[in-house]
Design a protein around this ligand. Structure first.
Ligand code: TYD
Ligand code: MG
Length: 456
């Protein structure tokens, strides 16, 4: 018997080395190399789902670009409007879509729901749950698709055997970390297994034009477990996120070869699966009967959709040692920058204060246009003066305290107007001449002007 060959792989970036090294020269991470057995077998070059005969007759040759056909990608619209939007208008034929998220966030629920409500023949392969468990979950969600097949398997060759028999309209694999190929000796979830199995699924998707959804786990620090290589291989990476203790979940495109990578969809986790939230602005703003300080409303844009979001801040005197700064849903480094700007440019003594920031609904914001909303909430809490309820704030804040214009300003103003806001404070650069809107658009140049306007 031939001696088995082992290679060390970086579990972070997928780089390989013939011997163990402590510091990965490629991604600079420490202690990420793990020994894996790789066996070169003759079956490896031919994917499991292709007959050797078929493979031999297929040839590809260079073609002139002018002779190639183009046209819009063919897409299947799923019954899930939020998912369609995030994918850029439905799932493209032959694309491989990776859905990442923390355990328990609802990835399996989301995909099973897509399978159960589709009008296509769907195969849902699960290596994580038994058929009984899946059936129980399906009963909870409600079965509408008569042609939804469930397969509990983890071995890629076995999966392809079934796929070839069934010829599903699309394939869902839960999860990539449980898959393994017999031609490689390392354990499921290791770099070489993930790379091999994803590679085979990719070829399957491209050559049969079948869309494939692949579920992947996420590690504690938010990376898709296993290698970055996985993200490079697939066409689309979607991130399913949210706070497990909140009902809202966000599906975000991180990479998309067939659409915008900044699109997002919002769901609500209910007793019978995930429900689409089609009017997020209305849900995310709580009804306030009582005026409270430290609350402001901002109009954020996620993808192409404007959202009115409630931001909250609490500023209180630090009683002990270094003041605490904590943020839920807003970048902590950006918060520190805002505090420094407020201190230096406006003279608010925030250096000795604890500051806590929270975005309603467990949402995470990365739109810089929300800066002004956060800064106003902080000032309101610091001064202990409530902000007017029907005022919204939009603008990016620069290091000298200037308020900069944000993208898609018209849409944000329209959204605020639609929800009955009376005024919106924006960068002076975004104010266009006489508009016929019922909402008052107030332009400001810097954060000092905002402070004067609010607190005199
Ligand atoms: P799951 O899809 O198993 O998460 P993942 O595959 O990302 O690990 O989600 C499980 C959670 O969702 C679990 O905490 C229960 C909850 N849930 C509901 O609240 N309602 C439902 O109808 C279903 C199916 C799950
Ligand atoms: Mg799962």
């Amino acid at each position: 018997m031939a001696k088995s060959k082992t290679v060390f792989f970086c579990q972070n970036c997928g780089a390989s080395s013939p011997k163990w090294i402590g510091n990965c020269p490629s991604c600079k991470q420490w202690n990420t190399y793990v020994e894996e057995v790789v066996e070169k077998t003759s079956t490896q070059s031919v994917p499991a789902w292709v007959d050797n005969q078929e493979e031999k007759t297929k040839k590809s040759s260079p073609k002139l670009i002018t002779s190639l056909q183009s046209g819009p990608e063919q897409r299947i619209e799923t019954t899930d409007a939020e998912l369609n939007r995030v994918l850029g208008g439905g799932v493209v034929f032959g694309s491989l879509v990776l859905i990442g998220g923390e355990p328990g966030i609802g990835k399996s629920t989301l995909m099973l729901q897509v399978a159960l409500q589709s009008d296509q023949k769907v195969l849902y392969v699960s290596g994580e749950e038994s058929e009984t468990q899946l059936k129980m979950r399906a009963d909870r969600i409600g079965i509408r698709n008569e042609a939804c097949y469930i397969l509990s398997a983890t071995e890629i060759q076995e999966i392809f055997k079934q796929v070839k028999k069934l010829k599903p309209g699309f394939l869902i694999v839960d999860s990539v970390q449980t898959l393994f190929s017999r031609s490689i000796e390392s354990t499921p979830g290791s770099i070489s297994q993930i790379r091999e199995c994803t590679g085979q699924l990719l070829r399957f998707a491209k050559e049969t034009n079948t869309p494939v959804f692949l579920i992947g786990h996420i590690t504690k620090d938010g990376q898709i477990a296993g290698p970055k290589v996985l993200e490079h291989m697939v066409d689309t990476v979607l991130q399913f996120e949210g706070d497990r203790h909140h009902v809202y979940r966000i599906l975000r495109a991180v990479k998309n070869r067939f659409g915008s990578a900044s699109e997002m969809g919002i769901y609500e986790m209910a007793g019978e699966g995930l429900r689409e939230v089609s009017n997020p602005s209305e849900v995310l703003i709580s009804n306030r009967d009582q005026l409270l300080s430290g609350i402001s409303i901002t109009a954020a844009v996620e993808g192409v959709r404007p959202l009115m979001i409630e931001t909250q801040a609490l500023v209180s005197t630090a009683v002990y040692g270094t003041p605490q700064r904590n943020s839920n849903g807003y970048d902590l480094r950006r918060l520190n920058m805002l505090l420094a700007v407020l201190e230096k440019r406006c003279g608010f003594k925030l250096g000795a204060q604890d500051v806590f920031v929270n975005i309603a609904g467990g949402l995470k914001l990365d739109d810089p246009g929300t800066d002004l909303g956060i800064a106003s909430a902080i000032l309101s809490s610091y001064e202990n003066i409530p902000l007017p309820t029907l005022t919204a704030f939009v603008g990016e804040i620069g290091l000298s305290g200037e308020v900069r214009a944000s993208r898609r300003m018209d849409q944000r103003i329209d959204e605020a107007e639609k929800l009955g806001f009376e005024e919106i404070i924006v960068s002076a650069n975004s104010v266009k001449g006489n508009s016929a809107k019922s909402i008052k658009v107030i332009g400001v140049k810097n954060i000092m002007e905002v402070a004067t306007y609010l607190f005199g």
